[in-house]
Design a protein around this ligand. Structure first.
Ligand code: AGP
Length: 619
């Protein structure tokens, strides 16, 4: 996923370049292999672009200053086609007169064929990117239309794949044109100025009035106008909305990293996701879904599709959803589901879980599910994102902007939203009485302060993390709802501390993984509460004994008052008790803090870990 910014307006207190660079700084988390800007400068286009982080671009501009302008576009890149080099950085110019500049987020799937025809027509290419093909197509079309909007329309008609494109042309100062298909683009509505961005962070410092664009639409902005047409040329309008994230929300607010801030925001992320979704009687109210209760009563199977941490949120929620609804609930990796020839029909409810709402693997899975007739609901944290727009309904999490690449508050908000969907299904289908629903909602409402209690107890966990900074491998064990938490704890350590880490189902230990246990091997164990059904608590205590007997260093997450673990734990991390099915919202917190602190002790960039981007908008 790349960061995209467009601006058109006066260059008085701030120049167009200042506005674009500020937007790129807020979007850098979306991808940071390279960055670049283009602006209209007299009768030409001026471009500066460099590989590496935004600081490199700033140095380049410092060394080669740009003139003030009223029209500019900017881009931070997460490489797909072509390595992260200066040449492959966006913007790319098109046309023999090099008067057009273009930036792109996504993948143009048919770019090889298009490039071959353009080369045959005498076009020369300076990069290995698919984006440059689009630049030449728009520039070529402009030579006959003399109008950038129409040129964009002619060009996108030839493109296949996922793309957000922004373009400017030296012969049309004061105009920026954008096009989107399966990729994010929002409009910022200003006074005498207008903005485009891959998300609202691009312009949040200038306006909170925004416009959501639909699939296959082209937007043209000038300082005083915003017009939208469909790819077929018919006029349409975007949906206007007020952005309630203020600029501060997208900043670190005094924390050392966005990840640290977002871990601490988890009580609010859970609480805000619950807000406004019950009536005075405690009955769950999800009218926002705009799905008839009859349709939900027809459902005979649930499939959750997601990737990465979002997939673990589905794996976690599955236990509660099946327990409450008595409907089978499968949890699939979106990229496997898409090509597995799944058994899905009009009685299947497919729930996609995605923080960004732009993950291409998940988007493709949702589209496939709809082709098969399934009812689709998106659980998403990003208003107006592509996946919600491609779904029958959306239940937004209210975690606020999650900037760190490693997902934390969105994770707990996703689990909470999935719980709400499961409870709502149970309520609508009569599988749970209104008293049961109200009681569970009350238990959910009591979770945020328990999460806060855990956050207030993390000094020892940070100390352990610093002590373990040179660990080469860490194992995580969990059982029942603790199992996906073990998986997520391992992923956190992998993605920000670059340490090999693996999560296992505790019951699986004796079937192989116990061979990994050797003296000193650190193992986190998420222990079920003593009141967990099927005596799972004592089974996991036995697992701790087994690994301790083989020399493992046992780091045990256990409920307050659980004394059974004491003889076998090298470290005990105490958490407040809660109903078994809701415990994951609490037990994940120490593992997040551990990973953050260990990565920090290693001096790593926890917000922008190597090789990763905040949302993967390519398959
Ligand atoms: C989680 O820490 C990672 N950043 C990654 O696994 C992420 O959860 C996954 O790519 C899905 O992203 P999404 O929620 O935006 O769809």
């Amino acid at each position: 996923m790349c960061g995209i910014v467009g601006y058109v307006g006066p260059s008085v207190d701030e120049t167009a370049l200042d506005v674009v660079m500020e937007g790129l700084a807020r979007l850098e988390y979306r991808g940071y292999d390279s960055a670049g800007v283009a602006l209209i400068d007299g009768d030409g286009i001026a471009i500066r672009k460099r590989s590496g982080k935004l600081a490199n671009l700033r140095s380049e501009i410092g060394a080669h200053p740009l003139h003030p302008s009223t029209t500019a576009i900017g881009h931070t890149r997460w490489a797909t086609h072509g390595g992260p080099t200066d040449n492959n950085a966006h913007p790319h110019v098109g046309g023999r007169d090099r008067k057009l500049a273009l930036i792109h987020n996504g993948i143009i799937e048919n770019f090889h064929r298009l490039k071959t025809s353009l080369v045959d027509l005498g076009h020369t290419f300076l990069s290995e990117t698919d984006t440059e093909v689009a630049a030449h197509l728009v520039a070529t079309a402009y030579e006959s239309t003399g109008d950038l909007t129409e040129a964009m329309r002619a060009a996108v008609a030839q493109l296949e794949g996922a793309f957000t494109l922004l373009a400017i042309h030296a012969d049309q100062p004061g105009v920026v044109v954008g096009a989107r298909r399966n990729s994010p683009l929002v409009v910022g509505l200003g006074e005498g100025a207008n903005y485009l961005g891959s998300d609202v962070a691009a312009f949040i410092g200038h306006t909170r009035e925004a416009m959501e664009l639909g699939q296959d639409e082209i937007v043209t902005i000038t300082p005083d106008s915003v017009s939208v047409i469909r790819f077929d040329g018919t006029p349409t309008d975007g949906k206007r909305y007020h952005v309630d994230w203020d600029a501060a929300a997208a900043e670190k607010g005094g924390y050392s990293s966005f990840m640290a801030k977002e871990i601490d925001e988890q009580p609010h992320a859970i609480g805000d996701t619950l807000l406004g979704r019950t009536d005075d009687a405690g009955r769950l109210v999800l009218d926002e879904l705009r799905i008839s209760e009859e349709s939900l009563r027809q459902v005979d199977k649930i499939v959750i599709v997601a990737c990465g941490t979002a997939w673990y949120s589905g794996l976690t929620a599955k236990y509660a959803i099946e327990h409450w609804t008595r409907i089978p609930c499968e949890v699939e990796l979106a990229h496997e589901f898409r090509y597995r020839d799944p058994v899905v029909n009009q009685r299947t409810l497919v729930i996609s879980v995605s923080q960004s709402g732009e993950t291409m693997d998940t988007l493709m899975a949702v589209k496939h599910a709809r082709e098969l007739g399934a009812l689709t609901i998106s659980v998403c944290n990003t208003h107006g994102a592509t996946i919600p727009r491609e779904s029958d309904a959306v239940l937004y999490t209210h975690a606020g902007p999650e900037i760190a690449v490693a997902s934390t508050k969105a994770f707990v908000a996703q689990i909470t939203a999935c719980y709400l969907l499961g409870l709502y299904l149970a309520q609508v289908r009569g599988a749970a009485t209104s008293e049961t629903v109200a009681s569970i909602m009350a238990e959910l409402g009591a979770i945020p302060p328990k999460v806060q209690t855990v956050l207030d107890r993390m000094d020892r966990v940070r100390e352990i993390a610093r002590f373990m900074a040179d660990s080469r491998a860490v194992l995580f064990l969990g059982r029942h709802v603790g199992y996906p938490i073990a998986l997520e704890g391992a992923l956190k350590l992998k993605e920000i501390a670059y340490i090999h880490a693996e999560g296992f189902a505790a019951g699986e230990l004796k079937h192989g993984p116990i061979a990994l246990i050797e003296p000193g091997q650190p193992v986190f164990v998420v222990v079920p509460g003593p009141d967990t059904p099927h005596d799972l608590h004592s089974k996991v205590v036995s697992n701790i004994q087994e690994i301790r007997a083989r020399g493992a260093r046992t780091l045990v997450i256990a409920e307050d008052g659980d004394e059974a673990v004491v003889p076998f734990a090298d470290e005990i991390i105490r958490v407040p008790a809660a109903p078994t099915l809701l415990m994951p919202l609490i037990t994940i917190v120490p593992l997040q803090v551990f990973a953050l602190e260990l990565a920090t002790a290693k001096g790593l960039d926890v917000d922008q870990p190597r090789n990763l981007a905040k949302s993967v908008t390519v398959e």
